[in-house]
Design a protein around this ligand. Structure first.
Ligand SMILES: [Zn+2]
Length: 62
């Protein structure tokens, strides 16, 4: 589980704050026509976007 998060972290774009994450989330949602969510990541102390909302909630709880 820890390794999965780390692996995802390295592959994902990092946003410094919630504001930026939200901004790009909306942009990507419009581009792809797909619902996205963002979550805080303890490894890089930043935010990432994800299309898997349930997974994001699970990670926020950790
Ligand atoms: Zn990260």
């Amino acid at each position: 589980m820890t390794r999965l998060v780390w692996w995802q972290c390295g592959r994902k774009k990092r946003y410094q704050d919630e504001h930026a994450a939200n901004y790009y989330r909306r942009q990507f949602e419009q581009e792809r026509g797909k619902k996205l969510d963002y979550y805080w990541c303890g490894y890089c102390n930043g935010f990432h976007l994800t299309s898997n909302v349930e997974y994001a909630v699970e990670k926020n709880a950790v």
